[in-house]
Design a protein around this ligand. Structure first.
Ligand code: NAG
Ligand code: NAG
Ligand code: NAG
Ligand code: NAG
Length: 372
């Protein structure tokens, strides 16, 4: 009897998901975070109505990403576009789901890979034995420079934060010296006791000021800065995107350190302790990082997807008039969706299926921080 019921239910499932029968609401309220985003949302709403796209769009102003999560949860809003770490918090802490995700390459939902880069001449270097080594990070609390490398160190049991969850202290004790721009900023170090050695591979500006600043005055700040830090021999390893080295070579960066960069002198360190060439990032990376997704209530997954599908059919490839994946003319980039979006793809599975096993494992390392 029970099995028959289950079989009947399974037969009905595809029908339910195609028709979204359980939900009659026709308006989608989008939670926006800035004037520019609100304006693009209003333009989309007007253009969708003008082109007779079934359903309607409303724009609701949120104070912050967390506020948008609360609003979606209590029904004040229906959807918002969020980046990977916020998708995790929305799913874990608020029980929210994903209706869609961005595809940037037209194939999958991966935005970029985080890789560990070293000088080829550093021959006795392994990602599994980074204790006392020196490291270069684009910035404190960034995905590339902090979340992924520190999550990896936890995942491989090289560090353990215990009950106290004091990541900076543990990371400072682990590495010899590092550059983590911003780690001593009051915002990230309210008690002023984050380890000093996490700034010792930083160099500041031309006049030795702004050392460890969380901005470009610190010349080792950002992904290019982290690469420079390794190229100049101050760090053994830099945590950067798979594209960073190519974005800063062949004259694309005119600073003298970049003009001197020899790609043959660099290599990737793989998470299993081996090494690889710079173009082997597909098999040799710390994590892939998923593109942004559209956060909704679980029961709204289908309805919001159907509306988005209609919107992108009309505005996704527009060569004139309103364009869904462009923010030109609004004075800011990546409004509603990343400008790099090729198309939106449906997310049928859970939010962790979108985040993928490696990025989910990375984020799990931070759960002790009182993620919710
Ligand atoms: C359509 O979008 C454009 C911007 O691309 C905007 O100027 C125009 O006002 C919008 N049309 C409507 C009816 O909202
Ligand atoms: C829904 O949540 C938002 C954000 O926390 C809050 O401002 C609003 O008052 C709530 N609305 C309702 C109806 O509970
Ligand atoms: C590390 O991550 C993998 C998935 O990439 C997971 O299977 C494993 O359990 C994680 N290990 C620890 C110690 O968290
Ligand atoms: C735009 O057109 C290309 C090529 O026909 C197609 O692959 C892509 O899916 C379209 N994008 C959207 C958002 O419809």
């Amino acid at each position: 009897m029970e099995r028959r019921l289950a079989a009947t239910f399974l037969l009905l499932l595809p029908l339910l998901s195609v028709d979204c029968v359980s939900n009659q609401k026709t308006t989608v309220s989008w939670c926006v975070l800035s004037d520019a985003e609100e304006q693009k949302c209003l333009d989309l709403a007007g253009n969708a109505t003008a082109r007779n796209v079934r359903g309607s769009l409303m724009c609701v102003r949120g104070l912050s990403t967390r506020d948008c999560m609360e609003k979606i949860k209590n029904g004040t809003a229906d959807a918002a576009s969020m980046f990977a770490d916020d998708i995790y918090a929305a799913g874990l802490c608020h029980g929210l789901a994903l209706a869609a995700g961005e595809s940037h390459n037209g194939v999958d939902g991966i935005s970029y890979y985080v890789v560990a880069m070293a000088r080829r001449s550093s021959s006795d270097l392994s990602l599994l034995e980074m204790h006392e080594r020196s490291s270069c990070h684009p910035g404190v609390r960034t995905t590339v420079g902090w979340t992924v490398p520190i999550g990896y160190l936890v995942n491989t049991s090289q560090i353990s934060v215990g009950e106290q969850c004091n990541f900076p202290k543990v990371v400072g004790n682990f590495f010899g010296y590092s550059c983590v721009p911003g780690i001593k900023d009051p915002l990230h170090d309210p008690r002023g006791n984050n380890p000093k050695n996490l700034c010792e591979a930083c160099i500041g500006d031309e006049n030795d000021r702004h050392i460890c600043a969380n901005n470009h005055r610190e010349r080792h700040y950002g992904e290019a800065g982290a690469l420079r830090c390794v190229a100049e021999n101050l760090g053994d390893v830099a945590f950067v995107k798979h594209t960073t080295v190519f974005d800063n070579s062949d004259g694309k960066n005119q600073e003298s350190w970049a003009l001197d960069l020899e790609l043959d002198d660099l290599k990737l360190l793989c998470p299993d302790g081996t090494e690889a060439g710079l173009d082997e990032y597909l098999r040799c990376h710390l994590s892939d990082v998923p593109a942004n997704g559209v956060v909704v209530r679980v029961e709204d997954k289908c309805r919001v997807w159907k509306y988005l599908e209609r919107l992108q059919n009309v505005f996704g490839n527009a060569t004139e008039g309103f364009s869904l994946f462009s923010s030109a003319g609004y004075g800011q980039s990546d409004l509603l969706f990343s400008d790099a979006t090729h198309h939106l793809q449906r997310v049928l599975g859970s939010y962790t299926s979108w985040l993928g096993p490696s990025y989910t494992a990375i984020l799990q390392a931070f759960e002790c921080e009182g993620f919710c």
